[in-house]
Design a protein around this ligand. Structure first.
Ligand SMILES: Nc1nc2c(ncn2[C@@H]2O[C@H](COP(=O)(O)OP(=O)(O)O)[C@@H](O)[C@H]2O)c(=O)[nH]1
Ligand SMILES: [Mg+2]
Length: 344
């Protein structure tokens, strides 16, 4: 049997990776093997390190979205061996996934993958803040919602009673507690593969403007501390320094690892409490690898210099292995939309 390919899109910080890891764990308990395919506009991705550290086969399409790198997506997806389910997470600033990824998947790769209905993961807090908001980024977010076959209202432990949007198949899921996870998994894994795609009529100029509104910063650093430090005592100050200074944060993530263990710390909106996961009790060591991903509605040069300051204030010597700061390039329109698109 070909593996089921489950695409789960949605905005930055919606909870996609956490959901997919929880689902992969749940499948593992049931004797099934799941892999994760992540995606980024840049090259070093906290999510991929996190998924590998959690013990799952993980791959990545970097340097652009699945849609504009469809052949890379197929190559990367084909490299997973002996899996039952492949979860794929497009970049959080991506829309038009139905037309540019799912439609060609159905048409050209139906024998290689059984494609599940398209899930879009939504953070209820961001959805609540969307009401009537003007601008290109809210427009992009609305398009993400409109093309979903299934909406997952994430973080149900925090927002148990959030009202579901009308005219959508909705699941409330907490990846943290596991509530609602089985129901969603059942829906995506057992549904008829060819659920109708919701192909949109996307204005690619506006889409490009929305993507370019975000500054994107990825750093990878080898850090030699002046004295032994735990991963948490590297990640904590780094995150706090940046979270209190970077404007318009959409997602800030730091992954600090050494052979003794790893810690992931993240913030999804300005002013939110950081979430810290991993080996908080790992013994202190001097050598750490730091991977930092920051996406914010601000100039990449500013975000890059703030990242540099945050790393410079750590007590020790940092050797930079990767330093990227940019606005995502304009996405490319698909050549042949097969179904009649609808406007949002
Ligand atoms: N309380 C709570 N937090 C969650 C849940 N799912 C994700 N998060 C947090 O939301 C943030 C963004 O999650 P992530 O999976 O990285 O989002 P992504 O950018 O959509 O992949 C992280 O800090 C997660 O720990 C959940 O079910 N409950
Ligand atoms: Mg993610």
């Amino acid at each position: 049997m070909p593996p089921v390919l489950v695409l789960a899109g949605g905005f930055l910080g919606a909870g996609k990776t956490t959901l997919l890891l929880a689902a992969a764990r749940r499948l593992g308990e049931a004797g099934k093997r799941a892999g994760l395919l992540l995606n980024d506009q840049g090259d070093e991705l906290v999510d991929t390190h996190f998924a590998s550290a959690a013990g799952f086969p993980a791959g990545q399409v970097s340097g652009g979205c699945f849609c504009c790198h469809f052949s890379d997506f197929i190559t990367a997806a084909s490299q997973f061996r002996d899996i039952d389910v492949l979860f794929a997470e497009p970049v959080g600033s991506c829309t038009d996934v139905a037309a540019t990824v799912l439609e060609p998947l159905h048409r050209l790769y139906g024998r290689q993958f059984r494609t599940a209905p398209f899930t879009v993961v939504v953070d209820p807090a961001r959805l609540a803040a969307l009401d009537g908001q003007p601008g290109d980024v809210p427009w992009l977010f609305r398009n993400q919602l409109a093309e979903a076959n299934i909406l997952v209202l994430s973080k149900a432990d925090l927002y148990p009673d959030f009202p579901p949007p009308p005219n959508q198949v909705v699941f409330r899921v907490s990846a943290t507690t596991g509530a609602g996870l089985d129901e969603w998994l059942h829906e995506v894994l057992d549904a008829e593969a060819d659920s109708d795609l919701r192909i949109l009529d996307i204005d690619y100029n506006r889409y490009a403007a929305a993507e370019a509104a975000l500054g994107w910063v990825n750093w990878k650093v080898q850090f030699r501390a002046a004295r032994p430090l735990t991963a948490a005592s590297v990640a904590g100050p780094l995150l706090e320094h940046l979270a209190s200074r970077a404007p318009g944060i959409a997602h800030l993530k730091v992954f600090v690892s050494s052979p003794e263990g790893w810690v992931k710390a993240s913030v999804c909106t300005a002013g939110a409490e950081p979430v810290v996961e991993g080996a908080l009790d790992a013994p202190p060591v001097r050598s750490h690898q730091i991977v930092l991903n920051l996406r914010a509605e601000a100039a990449p040069e500013l975000l890059d210099s703030l990242a540099g300051q945050a790393i410079a204030q750590l007590p020790g010597r940092a050797t930079i292995e990767l330093r990227q700061a940019f606005r995502p390039g304009a996405p490319r329109r698909p050549l042949v939309p097969l179904q009649t698109p609808s406007a949002v």
